[in-house]
Design a protein around this ligand. Structure first.
Ligand code: FAD
Length: 320
């Protein structure tokens, strides 16, 4: 039998979709103290405080206002307004003025938070909202990367990003190594100026579109990494896995890239010591900093990734 990346992962991700599980988890008294391990806080100022600490430690940031699967236009508009306020505050930081080189400030966004899943005209609404966001980011001196969501959104998301890159060539996108299509996408999208964040992938996907075993996902990640490093874009290596972190450095060196020609990315609160170690060693390291009230989906994906997180969480609920 092939080893699953994490045998509990599909079950946790499936249970996470149940409204009863959601209500039980969000109401449990102990939840909040564990959630704060993975998110910077519920407010914009919480995110800015976390970003300041990371920037002062030599790391770069990508700030994400938590939100996804929005089915209502008002909520999608509110998400855009929140990003605009965030970008206005980021524009005031000294780190916003780094034109021409790697931008130390970035925001990450999910198109489903901007309206992509709306029943009518979802694609057009998300495109228009993302356009506003990119214009504001350009003015602020901040980069944007569009997160990858489940595989049913991949074509729509990549086509929106391609369209936007005509006006905002610095716009980044995410490819997920667990998808069978991704090695091909890496080849297609590794042209000059492209910024691709390569991650393993965090959603529950069917065997028809995604590799299921850890070995297959890791092998795909390594193949994709080579394609991106050999390409002409700017690879963003999003992984906490020591194998992938080491492979990035080796593959970059093999492709004649210096430390400034790619970056490592990790999530807020995960392997903080390793993040600091890489940055101190001269690597570019960006930390994904999520904030906001809609932390449930993000939090459940982090629990599903690592059984130890789930055990820790359940134990803390049980001992209250
Ligand atoms: P794994 O093999 O899962 O983990 C390797 C080691 O890292 C573990 O042994 C452990 O030591 C540590 N670790 C990993 N996860 C955790 C955790 N949750 N808690 C504690 N320790 C942990 N996925 C998407 O589908 N779309 C995206 O847009 C997206 N953006 C991302 C952006 C960034 C910057 C990062 C780092 C990840 C992103 N992901 C995204 C998530 C990604 O797909 C993986 O689910 C996640 O990073 C875990 O895979 P891994 O490569 O870190 O390796």
């Amino acid at each position: 039998p092939r080893a699953l990346a994490n045998p509990l992962r599909p079950a946790i991700l499936a249970a996470a979709r149940s409204p009863r599980v959601k209500s039980a988890i969000t109401r449990a008294p102990g939840t909040r103290s564990i959630v704060t391990r993975f998110i910077a806080g519920e407010t914009r100022s919480d995110a800015l405080v976390a970003a300041r600490t990371l920037l002062d430690s030599g790391r770069m940031v990508s700030i994400d206002h938590l939100g996804e699967d929005t089915t209502d236009l008002t909520q999608a508009r509110a998400a855009v307004a929140e990003y605009r306020s965030l970008l206005a505050e980021l524009a005031r930081l000294p780190e916003a003025r780094t034109a021409g080189e790697t931008r130390r400030l970035e925001v990450s966004v999910k198109l489903s938070a901007l309206g992509q899943a709306l029943p009518s005209d979802g694609r057009a609404v998300a495109l228009e909202h993302a356009h506003h966001l990119c214009a504001a980011a350009q003015e602020a001196g901040v980069w944007v990367t569009v997160d990858a969501e489940d595989h049913t959104t991949t074509d729509s998301t990549l086509s929106i990003v391609t369209e936007l890159r005509a006006d905002y060539p610095w716009l980044g996108t995410v490819l997920q190594a667990y998808l069978r299509r991704t090695e091909g996408d890496c080849r297609d999208l590794s042209g000059p100026g492209s910024r691709i964040r390569l991650c393993k992938g965090a959603y529950r996907e069917p065997e028809s579109v995604a590799y299921q075993s850890r070995a297959e996902v890791d092998a795909s990640y390594l193949r994709c990494l080579t394609v991106l490093m050999d390409g002409q874009g700017y690879p963003m290596v999003a992984s906490h896995d020591p194998v992938m972190v080491d492979a990035a450095a080796a593959s970059a060196a093999g492709a004649g890239r210096g430390a400034g020609d790619y970056e490592h990315q990790m999530l807020y609160g995960i392997r903080d010591v390793e993040q600091a170690r890489l940055a101190a060693g001269g690597a570019q390291v960006r930390v994904y900093v999520p904030y906001g009230g809609q932390w449930y989906g993000y939090f459940m994906r982090r629990l599903a990734e690592r059984p130890a997180n789930l055990t820790f969480f359940l134990r803390s609920l049980a001992t209250r």
